[in-house]
Design a protein around this ligand. Sequence first.
Ligand code: HEM
Length: 393
Amino acid sequence: MTTTRELPFLGSQRPLVGRLNEMIRDARAIGPVVKVRTLAGDEAWLVTRYAELKQLLVDDRLGASHKDPAHRARYLDNPLFDMGILSDDPAVAAEIHGRMRSALTPHFSAKRMMALRPRIAETTNRLLDGIIAKGSSAELHGELSLPVSFLVLCDLLGLPDPDKFMMMLSTAGDVVDSEKAEGGRLVLFDHLLELVGYKHANPGDDLISALCAAGIDDDFITKLIAITSFSYLVTPKNLSAGIALFAEHPDQRALVVKDPSLLPGAVEEVVRMSKTSESCQPRYAHADIDIAGVTIKAGELVLCDHYAAGFDDRVFDAPERFDVTRSPNPHIAFSYGSWYCIGAPLARMEMQEVYAALFTRLPDYRLAVPIDRIPMINDLQLGGGIAAVPVEW
Ligand code: HEM
């Protein structure tokens, strides 16, 4: 029998761009659903195979409830993750989750997102003007991916100060010092509540104003905005992973430049391959589930690794090959079923706009360090992953 000390430890290895690290490969070699130790020190089931993950994502015995939240196994030691437990009753949790999706989804339609497209292009080009004016090298995570993502997020929500908001999210998302994170969470929620009050009085063409106009109560709006903002934080990491992948594979970039109709498919390929941090989604079983030869017991923590599933060679031919023409590409990096990412249309559009501008403005950019040496933050899920993408041209 496996003892706790022998369990693979999440976050114990440096993440890599465009391929899985040994820890995840080793865990997957043991089986599609394996026991691991989380960053918070607890035990969990890690799901890394495509078929099993898809099956669990539509299994209503798995969800966002726990009958004894105070004593549940934790993925990360951060109070925001406690918000992921919507109730101690599975039916109530499913109802709240459904309400949350119904409130947000209409505001992320492809049509609404199209209206943001010119602003995203304009913002990207303005940032690139500054980068190009400075010389022949840059750090594109800090100078492009992060600012463009935060400016777009603030545009979407109708927030006045991107730097202040980025700071608040980063403090509340700290997974090392839970007291600091709790302080940050309170400041963030006070700020959001104040903003909601302001938007009631001064509505604009933004998501917070639209949620106010829909008659949703202020506390729920605040939660929706926090969930959206934290979910959104994956976007700059994916953007940067793509910048690195296109630099590492100039032949693939050339294909897209030659035929821009390949760009949407290329973005899907980036999203499939963008695992650059411990980035699982925690769920809890509320009944025993037999799957892949193991029994997940009621109350146990299940970590859905959407990205590892994208490297499953039973579904993806040569999964570590970056292929902008890959078709079909049925990745589940945006999740699946009732958990499907609400912001996927925005993420796709933002990535398309940024890469299109980058290829036009800096057609010959290349990585200034080998792709395996790109600076990474190892073990912090919320702020973890790519820390810098140094390039030159
Ligand atoms: C490339 C970028 C992105 C990726 C890979 C991604 C991926 C995901 C994944 C895997 C989930 C499922 C989470 C879970 O099961 O708990 C999710 C949920 C969500 N995402 Fe995204 N996301 C991205 C960008 C965005 C953006 C830009 C937004 C909005 C501005 C957004 C908003 C959301 C929301 C609100 C949820 C919650 C859905 C639910 O609980 O039912 N995401 N995303």
